[in-house]
Design a protein around this ligand. Structure first.
Ligand code: HEC
Length: 129
């Protein structure tokens, strides 16, 4: 009788341990998932517009921003800049907000003069990051 009871407790303890392990795994998974940014679109899959936007970026933004990491250069890295919840400043990463930042500058970032086509191409490119 006693041995059955002991085994029962042991089994329950093991189940509890497994349950806890499960919970911890789920939490770790969620935290890790939040930190990982969605992948950038590979350049081999760019549309012509996105490729033109990449050139606009090279000419006007690349000296201050890395496109494929969030590491800072002169300004913050722009990986996944349209997919994050908020820009480094805390503003939502909408096209309007990005356009405003690009055309008017912000803090130490100078304004960039782009025509409508260049701006549209650049925004399309920023969405691939
Ligand atoms: C001379 C360097 C420089 C150039 C060129 C430059 N930036 Fe910036 N950028 C910065 C700095 C510095 C900041 C941080 C500004 C701040 O929040 O004070 C910044 C911030 C930003 C932000 C984040 C804004 C926010 O609300 O947090 C975006 C997006 C951005 N730049 C995009 C661009 C794009 C696109 C271009 C090209 C058209 C560009 N930048 C050109 C220096 C630059």
């Amino acid at each position: 009788m006693d041995i059955v009871k002991t085994l029962g407790l042991y089994h329950r303890g093991k189940m509890r341990f497994r349950w806890m392990f499960c919970c911890v795994s789920v939490v770790v998974f969620i935290v890790a998932g939040c930190r990982r940014l969605p992948p950038s679109k590979p350049s081999s899959e760019w549309t012509p517009q996105e490729a033109r936007g990449a050139e606009v970026f090279e000419e006007n933004c690349a000296r201050c921003h890395y496109p494929t990491t969030t590491e800072g250069k002169q300004g913050p890295g722009l990986q996944a800049i349209t997919k994050v919840k908020a820009l480094p400043s805390g503003a939502p990463p909408t096209d309007e907000r990005l356009t405003d930042t690009i055309l008017h500058g912000r803090g130490m970032m100078p304004a960039t003069a782009l025509d409508d086509d260049q701006l549209r191409d650049l925004l399309a490119y920023l969405h691939t990051l």
